[in-house]
Design a protein around this ligand. Structure first.
Ligand code: IMP
Ligand code: MG
Length: 174
């Protein structure tokens, strides 16, 4: 049986998400923003984050889902959208909302694809960042929490598709 050690509780997540919502809104001001949820891992974070944006913020939502091929452990990642964006992002400010940055290869590939559509700007907002084993030179404009190099589940994050529904973030130990 796996054991769970709670790493970040519901209240701390909620507090940080509110802060991020305010910070992001302050940054974009009156400019329209397209917030892109990277499925599935970011679904809960995304739904809380967009509700933390003040009402006057001009934001549209879109979703992508990835299919990645190649050997992740050797950093040879090829990423395609299994579900592509439905919004034209040319000339628009785009905020990519991810579950976790680690080691950054998928995210780097997503940013590269989006860059081809010539957005006005491209920013990254992962809920979690595990900088310890970064392989791609990506930096996030907005990070929920920086964590140690431990495998975590809950609040959208899975292990073999399980535990996404847990309301807090836990370290999973076999
Ligand atoms: P990256 O973009 O190459 O950094 O890959 C990040 C992806 O790996 C995330 O979107 C998750 O799907 C998965 N991942 C990395 N670390 C964890 C973890 O601790 N728990 C659950 N999924 C993880
Ligand atoms: Mg993911």
């Amino acid at each position: 049986m796996p054991t769970f050690i709670k790493l970040i509780d519901e209240q701390d997540i909620a507090r940080r998400v509110q802060e991020l919502g305010q910070e992001i809104c302050r940054h974009y001001g009156d400019e329209p923003v397209i917030a892109v949820c990277v499925l599935k891992g970011a679904f809960l974070f995304f739904s809380d984050l967009v509700r933390a944006f003040p009402q006057q913020m001009d934001v549209r939502l879109d979703f992508v889902r990835l299919a990645s091929y190649g050997d992740r452990t050797h950093g040879a990642e090829k990423v395609e959208f299994k579900k592509d964006m439905e919004t034209n992002i040319e000339g628009k400010h785009v905020l990519v909302v991810e579950d976790i940055l680690h080691p950054g290869l998928t995210v780097a590939a997503i940013l590269e694809i989006l860059e081809e559509h010539r957005p006005a700007s491209l920013a990254l907002c992962p809920l979690l960042d595990k900088p310890a084993r970064r392989k791609a030179p990506v930096s996030a404009g907005y990070v929920g929490f920086e964590i140690e190099d431990k495998f975590v589940v809950g609040y959208g994050l899975d292990f073999a598709e399980q535990y996404r529904n847990l309301p807090a973030i836990h370290v999973l130990q076999e």
